[in-house]
Design a protein around this ligand. Sequence first.
Ligand code: AKG
Length: 324
Amino acid sequence: MTDRTDVAPEWIGWLAENLLRGANPVGLSSVLTAQGLSDDEALALVSGVLGDPILAAARRVVHRSAATEQASRLRRHFERGHALEVDALDDVAFFTHCWTAHRPVVLRGAARDWPEWTLEGLGERFGHVEIEVLEGRSKHPRWWTKREALCTRMPLSALLEKMAGPGGDDCYGVGRNDLLDDLPELKGGIGGLPGVDRANPGARLWIGPAGTVTPLHHDQSAAWLVQRVGAKRVWLASPLETALLETTDGVFNRVDPRLPQEGDLAEVTWWETVIHPGDAVFLPAGWWHQVVAESASISVSLGRFRWPNNVEWYAPGRLAPGRV
Ligand SMILES: O=C(O)CCC(=O)C(=O)O
């Protein structure tokens, strides 16, 4: 008779996981017999794991998580296909339909009254100014783990030259570094958007060639992403898309919404939009988003609102198995 110590721990784990997922014990024991156990040994092993108090404790935790999964699904069921895209949005409508509803929105022409920016105009006025960029990103698939090594400074004119070239994801002036501190004259031209603290909008600049990719990630605060020059394609998915919680990599995610997905990931509802100069997209805290520049691009993000905007406790990537 095989006892549990004779069986590879991976098989015990496999058995426990499948029992917790509700698999039929008889089916599981036939898999074990196909692995070389006799019928009696397989059944004894399955009933041993079924009767284990550790499994009973795990069931209680799994029940809570399955119930939460259903609550998420209920919300997704009603959200599906109801992405908001509007041409006008006042503060009250924004507060009701986006901020408290925790829903993204595309506001077309949101920055139509802001002063026009062009690559040529910025080059003429600020080409000599040194700005901070991340360079060498394309050599590192997880470049965000090497930010400090990749961070360098170059004159804006050098970045604009790269932006006139074929493009790619190698070099990007990313909003994490407050480039607008290097270009303070530009700050004055940045107008308000619904909900934003006008005195201190928390503006950050994103400037780079066609083809820059900000991989799928979530932030721990909300922001408007305002397109000023060129076009960007943005994919969004709700934090309630629980399939995406299994592919987290810190605040990033291994899923690329441009690629076909399998299993539960194929069921994720993506909301895809392209923003052009003047358009803005509201990115609620925690919503997954990926951004790809379709042409040489400049965007501004605004991250200070009239209401508290910080959910640093929200970090599902830290709850990955083995990290609890
Ligand atoms: O524009 C980009 O490349 C990324 C913007 C973004 O992820 C953000 O504003 O949170």
